[in-house]
Design a binder for this molecule. Structure first.
Ligand code: SF4
Ligand code: SF4
Length: 635
């Protein structure tokens, strides 16, 4: 036996072989195009994305390099299967040249000579990847068909099994060619087996989920670029995603890129607590609509293909989008579908209507009279912002009206006083519009953001600090549609900068020495803002930090986002209870929160756990421990 000598290719091909190869290659390419052509047309015929800009391309190139070429996201989120997948991908890349050369040899125009130095090197190089790919594809096959993780779906995909077999055959026939001599019949047989496998594989790509091989690099490169970014509507006639004609090129491209890996569903708080929503099925629902009706259809997107109930169960936590390896942006799609339902009046929900009414008539999502906010400001003796202070302290609906939120604001103000930071609150402040933005009520969101932007401009506010990550996100990102918001930071960022000047438990003698504290990453602070260390710096003032099972980028939602804090009872188990259980399971005496919505959700969930539940504190309350009861604002 010849051990890895050189790659054996037949020396010459008969006319019959050349004709047979040509006919098969044309048939294979035609079968590929018969499916890929219509998909490409559907993408191109979809509505243009009004806010899409190709430039600057720097970030796009980086994402392409990191997520596509390095497969970093795939490996990071599921290391072993991710690495196996990455080897298959890298082998495909290495095989691009090998395959071109392979097809060229039949006509005598192969450009890599097996015995030449370059060809020899390259064929060995590809052989390493072929070996890794063959092992990986067997491992992935075992995982899918024997281990069967639940998020891959209950139904076995025989199509995936057949594709795995073809990929294995491609690698095996290539590697086998190193063990024969080029003049032997075995070399010719291996050449033809490799060729036939290749020509069967090619048309299967667009006919199966392996279409992502072609589309996902483009999807990653062309993504909107911002996390969970909701695009602006394109004028008065744009109501969101109502029918096929509203699907934009990006949405259609993304719908056809889904590889059905189920990562989004695995991490979705709604799916994992028994609700109808399944983000993978939402994307596949859009794809099924496009397959059946096309991008010009006026048939509703919600109904047969996707459920309205499911769409309104999304907390906009962004876990799906963060996990997706092919660049699908679920949040804009889900919010787009909600917009379609709300802006055309087809969403009927008693709690939703109450929320909209509260915000239309009053100024806050809790539906409480603004006079109550005035009383709270007076009672706390908060300075009114007059343009001379460094910060505008944004109260938000929770800080201005919710009893627990007020406690957090009061403690945060006490810390600011202690640190000598000047601040003031606005006399009149409206909800940022976060819940209505995520629920799809664009008109109301516009009214709220414009009114707030005007008030901030009139008061000459330059810098805002807020205890609510939802307010921070909405002010900083979503308001840009209607003006230029002032600079804003979350109180965790402010507090972390000053943590050295705050009393540590060991200093004040009544802290929590030896006790443990677990921090819950709010979705809108972590995944949305990439702020993970700052709140931990502050939480650590309460004791030794421990981490829950799902933490940082993988944090599990509290269930309040996307306007859901204001909607009715959840179906299935409660997201907040699942998360509170995870936090309590760490054995920590204190749960540190950094969002008033998380706080309110956990408050109820912990109360349901009864005696022995950990105490719940916002990081501002932790920072304020050990400070004098009264601290005076700086003037
Ligand atoms: S944003 Fe969160 S709740 Fe909504 S579909 Fe994605 S993972 Fe599920
Ligand atoms: S949407 Fe993304 S994460 Fe979800 S199944 Fe499709 S490819 Fe996987």
């Amino acid at each position: 036996m010849i051990l890895l000598s050189t790659l054996a290719e037949p020396q010459s091909f008969s006319l019959l072989e050349k004709l047979l190869f040509s006919a098969l290659a044309i048939a294979s390419a035609a079968a590929f195009w018969s499916r890929f052509g219509p998909i490409a047309r559907k993408i191109l015929q979809s509505k243009k994305d009004p806010s899409f800009h190709l430039f600057p391309v720097g970030k796009r190139l980086w994402d392409f390099f990191w997520e596509v070429l390095c497969q970093a996201k795939v490996v990071r989120e599921r290391p072993l299967p991710g690495l196996a997948h990455a080897f298959v991908f890298w082998a495909f890349c290495a095989f691009a040249l090998v395959t071109l050369n392979h097809c060229g040899t039949v006509f005598g125009i192969g450009f890599l000579a097996p015995t030449g130095p370059i060809g020899r090197f390259y064929f060995y190089f590809a052989a390493v990847f072929a070996l890794a790919c063959a092992v990986s594809i067997v491992a992935l096959f075992i995982r899918r068909f024997l281990i069967r993780p639940k998020w891959l779906g209950a139904k076995l995909s025989w199509e995936s099994g057949f594709i795995a077999l073809l990929i294995f055959a491609l690698m095996a026939t290539y590697l086998g060619s190193f063990y024969v001599v080029d003049t032997s019949p075995a070399a010719r047989i291996l050449w033809w087996l490799h060729t036939l496998t290749l020509l069967i594989f090619l048309p299967l790509i667009p006919h199966t989920k392996h279409l992502h091989l072609v589309l996902s690099p483009i999807t990653v490169f062309l993504s909107r670029g911002g996390f969970a970014q909701i695009p602006p509507l394109a004028g008065d006639e744009d109501f969101g995603l109502v029918a096929g004609a509203d699907l934009t090129q990006l949405v259609t491209l993304q719908a056809y890129s889904c590889v059905e890996c189920g990562r989004c569903t695995e991490h979705c708080p709604a799916s994992s607590t028994g609700k109808l929503l399944n983000p993978k099925e939402i994307i596949l629902g859009v794809r099924a609509y496009l397959n059946d009706l096309g991008p010009a259809s006026d048939q509703p997107l919600l109904g047969k293909y996707n459920s309205q109930e499911a769409v309104f169960q999304c907390t906009t936590c962004g876990a799906c989008e963060f996990q997706c390896p092919v660049g699908i942006e679920h949040v804009p799609i889900l919010v787009g579908l909600r917009r379609g339902a709300v802006n055309t009046g087809t969403w009927e929900d008693q709690h939703g209507s109450k929320l909209f009414l509260a915000l239309e008539r009053g100024s806050n999502a809790l539906g409480i009279s603004p006079a109550e906010r005035d009383k709270f400001i007076q009672k706390q003796a908060f300075p009114i912002f007059d343009g001379t202070q460094e910060y505008c302290l944004w109260l938000g609906c929770m800080g201005g009206y919710d009893p627990k939120g007020r406690e957090i604001i009061a403690d945060f103000a006490r810390v600011m006083n202690y640190l000598g930071t000047s601040y003031g609150v606005l006399r009149k402040e409206k909800c940022t519009g976060d819940p209505v933005r995520r629920l799809g009520n664009d008109l109301l969101f516009q009214q709220l953001s414009e009114a707030n932007l005007e008030a901030l401009a009139q008061n000459k506010v330059k810098k805002i600090v807020s205890i609510c990550p939802h307010c921070v996100r909405t002010i900083q990102e979503d308001w840009k549609e209607y003006g230029t918001p002032p600079e804003i930071e979350h109180h965790s960022e402010f507090l972390a900068r000053h943590a050295d000047r705050l009393p540590h438990p060991s200093e004040d003698g009544k802290g929590l020495q030896g006790e443990t504290v677990v921090f819950h990453d709010p979705c809108y602070l972590g995944r949305y803002r990439n702020v993970y260390d700052e709140p931990r710096t502050v939480a650590a003032l309460a004791g030794i930090l421990v981490e829950p099972v799902r933490t940082r980028e993988r944090s599990f939602c509290c269930g309040a986002g996307g306007g859901l804090a204001f909607l009715g009872e959840e179906t299935g188990s409660r997201v907040s209870q699942v998360r509170a259980g995870e936090l309590a399971a760490t054995g920590a005496q204190t749960i540190a929160a950094a969002c008033p919505f998380c706080n309110t959700m956990f408050r109820d969930a912990l109360a349901a756990r009864g005696e022995g539940a950990p105490q719940l504190l916002d990081i501002a309350q932790i920072a304020a421990r050990g400070l004098p009861e009264r601290t005076e604002p700086v003037h």
